[in-house]
Design a protein around this ligand. Structure first.
Ligand code: GLA
Length: 496
């Protein structure tokens, strides 16, 4: 049966998942936020110096373009009820910070809370929404992260929370300035069911911490449907967040995304494989990618993770659909360590390619596999046309192909100044530049820098197998080599 075009639109808006219509975040937002490393030690110098390093390390040109200031920036309100910037941390005021970042080609993000106070007990915006939105607009702010602390009891049902966060959505809109609106209510009150109608992203969990899988009582609330789940907490591991978002990952659409929280890559609490898995999952789950590390003290290993253009291209893929979990095994025997958890995830990309991720959260290296029938299960149980095709398998963390070597990453970090870094990236490495060639174009031109390393072919009806190290992810991009464009083919089938 075929939907007329109008029918499809009605169906989308009736199910309430149509994204907020402000034209922003058509792909997940990318940038840097100070909180994970610097907490309240914020200043204009920190922001502008970080922006400079984002440029010099080629990260700005990979898409990291929002520089987001988190909590602790104000010194209260003036007699007119207007928020005032802390003049020790921001001597020239917030407008000057915005100007400096804009001059460097960045967009400026700021923070407040839909509460009487922010989480660090600075002035919050509850009942001051119009005043504060106007200040943000006057200062030239492009992004607002809007937290949930000290909400004065105004939560407990989706409608109560929606109304509270919608006040700021309306106030931002009223300013007439284009401001990306990023909710931070930690998944409370089923935000995945209403966030997309007023905001560009919504946090789905308590705060992340720098651990891959360690359970922590402070992040005990992992099931949004549990009525006892009223305090999402902190110290949420990468695995806890992945498991929390899994049931409603499809809520992310161009314009509005599930936010899995800021990245921990580079803090030192995880292994290199864990950080690669964390970054890969955030990218393919279509979370905003906000770096949270100290760029002044970055290792080559961290740089060569956050700058992998083939992984970022999954996140920025114009089709805008997250991977889905197609299997979860909680009872994988792991030698003498008992049992462990593994997942297989899969999802379609704009050009008809398919991404497949083997996630091994168990405490031992394991063999994992998935058949084409499993991988394309969302296209028909055993009937997907893709099962009958041959697929080239590209390893997106492969050592040849798109990834920067550790040696080159170290050379870039060690280069003597901005000019040396620029010429190293452009001349020596011919490094991917999404400012010049946006991901959508690079993908449609099949730019090899976005496709990792080709490692083999899986034939029609076959399966992919791989040895996956402990706490790691294998990330594959499958490309049809049967001479058919699968998107086109399934469209034609539907039209018959
Ligand atoms: C909350 C948020 C964090 C951060 C802090 C700031 O915990 O979830 O991301 O913004 O507040 O105080």
């Amino acid at each position: 049966m075929r939907f007329p075009k109008e029918g499809l639109l009605v169906a989308l808006s009736a199910s309430g998942v149509r994204a907020v219509n402000n034209g922003l975040a058509r792909t997940p937002q990318m940038g840097w936020n100070n909180w994970n490393t610097f907490h309240c030690s914020v200043s204009s110098t920190l922001l502008t110096n970080t922006a400079k390093l984002l440029t010099e390390y080629g990260l700005q040109d990979l898409g990291y373009k929002y520089v987001v200031l988190d909590d602790c920036w104000s010194s209260g309100r003036d007699a007119n009820g207007k928020l005032v910037a802390d003049t020790t941390k921001f001597p020239d005021g917030m407008g000057a910070v915005a100007d400096a970042l804009h001059e460097q080609g960045f967009l400026f993000g700021m923070y407040s809370s839909a509460g009487e106070m922010t989480c660090a007990r600075y002035a919050g915006s509850l009942d001051y929404e119009e005043n504060d939105a106007q200040s943000f607009a006057d200062w030239g702010v492009d992004y607002l992260k809007y937290d949930n602390c000290y909400h004065m009891g105004r939560f407990g049902t989706p409608l109560i929370s929606f109304n509270r966060f919608n006040e700021m959505a309306k106030a931002l809109k009223k300013t007439g300035r284009s401001i990306l609106y990023s909710l931070c209510n930690w998944g409370e009150d089923y935000v995945h069911t209403w966030g997309g109608s007023i905001a560009n992203s919504w946090r789905i969990s308590g705060d992340i911490y720098d651990s891959f899988a360690r359970p922590d009582d402070l992040c005990s609330c992992t099931n949004a449907a549990d009525p006892a789940c009223i305090a999402p907490g902190t110290h949420c591991s990468v695995l806890a967040i992945i498991n929390k978002v899994a049931p409603y990952i499809d809520r992310g659409l161009p314009g509005g995304w599930n936010d899995l929280d800021m990245l921990e890559v580079g803090h030192g609490g995880m292994t290199e494989e864990e950080y690669k898995a964390h970054f890969s999952m955030w990218a393919a789950l279509k979370s905003p990618l906000l770096l949270g590390n100290d760029l002044r003290a970055m290792t080559a290993s961290s740089l060569a993770i956050i700058n992998n253009p083939a992984i970022i291209a999954l996140n920025q893929d114009p089709r805008g659909r997250a991977i889905q979990r197609i299997s979860r095994d909680l009872d994988v025997p792991v030698d003498r360590h008992g049992v462990g958890e593994t997942h297989v995830w899969s999802g379609p990309l704009a050009n008809g390619d398919q991404v497949v991720i083997f996630l091994n959260a168990a405490d031992a290296d394991l063999d994992m596999s998935a058949s084409l029938e499993d991988i394309f299960i969302m296209d028909g149980v055993g009937t997907a046309p893709q099962i009958q095709q041959d697929w080239a398998v590209h390893d997106l963390w492969g050592n040849s192909g798109s990834r920067m070597s550790l040696h080159d990453a170290q050379a870039l970090l060690d280069a003597k100044d901005a000019d040396a870094r620029r010429s190293f990236l452009q001349t020596k490495l011919d490094w991917y530049n999404a400012t010049e060639l946006p991901y959508a174009q690079g993908l449609s031109r099949r730019d090899p820098r976005l496709f990792g390393e080709r490692i083999g072919v899986v034939e029609a009806g076959g399966k992919i197998s791989a040895r996956v190290p402990r706490h790691a992810a294998k990330v594959f991009r499958l490309q049809s080599v049967s001479g058919q464009d699968t998107t086109r083919k399934s469209l034609l089938r539907d039209e018959l």
